[in-house]
Write a protein that binds this ligand. Structure first.
Ligand SMILES: Nc1ncnc2c1ncn2[C@@H]1O[C@H](COP(=O)(O)OP(=O)(O)O)[C@@H](O)[C@H]1O
Ligand SMILES: [Mg+2]
Length: 56
């Protein structure tokens, strides 16, 4: 299953939606991979308090 979350504007809540969706799916027993394709201001790492090994 693939979900794409996108908007034409920054700062509208994509990262928060994706983070909560990921946690919800994981709690349902799914394995989850998040790809933050925001080239300018990717910040999914911040809400999970992690330091990514790789960036784009
Ligand atoms: N449902 C919400 N209610 C209030 N503030 C929110 C909500 N969703 C996100 N925010 C706040 O808005 C800002 C941008 O959210 P973020 O998820 O990083 O947006 P995006 O990924 O679209 O740039 C953050 O400061 C976040 O805490
Ligand atoms: Mg974001």
């Amino acid at each position: 299953m693939v979900f794409t979350v996108t908007t034409g504007k920054g700062g509208v809540g994509k990262t928060n939606i994706v983070g909560n969706l990921a946690v919800t799916c994981q709690r349902m027993g799914k394995r989850v991979l998040i790809f933050d394709a925001d080239l300018g201001l990717a910040n999914i790492d911040i809400i999970f308090s992690i330091t990514p090994k790789y960036t784009i």
